[in-house]
Design a protein around this ligand. Structure first.
Ligand code: 5GP
Length: 197
């Protein structure tokens, strides 16, 4: 079936499992490109500059905002994060679908620039499970975990602004649902409700 490359946005609370889901789907879906965002957050153990993020200083971030290099950017968990236009444009020009793993403010801003963008929201099975996953990661300080849990409540309240909601309880089921949603939007038309459980 003919596929139309699409711009996908994936959002959801920190700890919902967006990164894991996206990397599993991309193993099977080779023309689904992930962009590398810029951030002022410091790298975590194991993160690589230019692969995980473009880790840049506050001054550099401001310079790029003023130069109009961002498609969108937002303050998230006390740092600045943004999608560079160049990251999206080059990939779309090659006929690839692009996936942006960004927060809700970013998702809403992308929709303004690309009304055809498909917004996918990943939710954890429960607030308790989200907290367990965030702590299990072991990479955040207690105050960062508290901030991320607080922000999770705000993000969950916005989930209905998204085109599709996927519950990440069983990883296999969630991967299948994400893959099905991507196939659906690439092979058919506009966003429509699609909830997995
Ligand atoms: P983390 O610090 O855990 O890597 O990411 C924190 C949050 O920042 C996540 O919710 C992630 O989706 C969001 N984020 C990452 N890159 C971007 C971006 O380019 N733009 C926006 N608006 N949010 C981003």
């Amino acid at each position: 079936m003919a596929r139309t490359p699409r711009l996908f946005v994936i959002s959801g609370p920190s700890g919902a499992g967006k990164g894991t889901l996206v990397s599993l789907v991309r193993e099977r879906h080779h023309d689904l490109d992930l962009t590398v965002s810029a951030t002022t957050r410091k790298p975590r153990e194991g993160e690589i500059d230019g692969v995980s993020y473009h880790f840049i200083s506050e001054e550099e971030f401001t310079r790029r905002v003023e130069a109009g290099e961002f498609l969108e950017w937002a303050h998230v968990h006390g740092h600045r994060y943004g999608t560079l236009k160049s990251e999206v444009d080059e990939r779309m020009a090659r006929g690839h679908s692009v996936i942006l793993e960004i927060d809700i403010q970013g998702g809403m801003n992308v929709r303004k620039v690309y009304p055809d963008a498909v917004l996918l929201f990943i939710i954890p099975p429960s607030a308790e499970e989200l907290e367990r996953r965030l702590r299990g990661r072991g990479s955040e300080r207690e105050e960062d975990i508290a901030l991320r849990l607080e922000n999770a409540k705000r993000e969950m309240a916005m989930k209905d602004s998204y085109d599709t909601i996927i519950i990440n309880d069983s990883l296999d089921v969630a991967v299948g649902a994400l893959e099905a949603a991507i196939d659906h939007y690439e092979t058919s038309g506009g966003p429509e409700e699609h909830v997995s459980d």
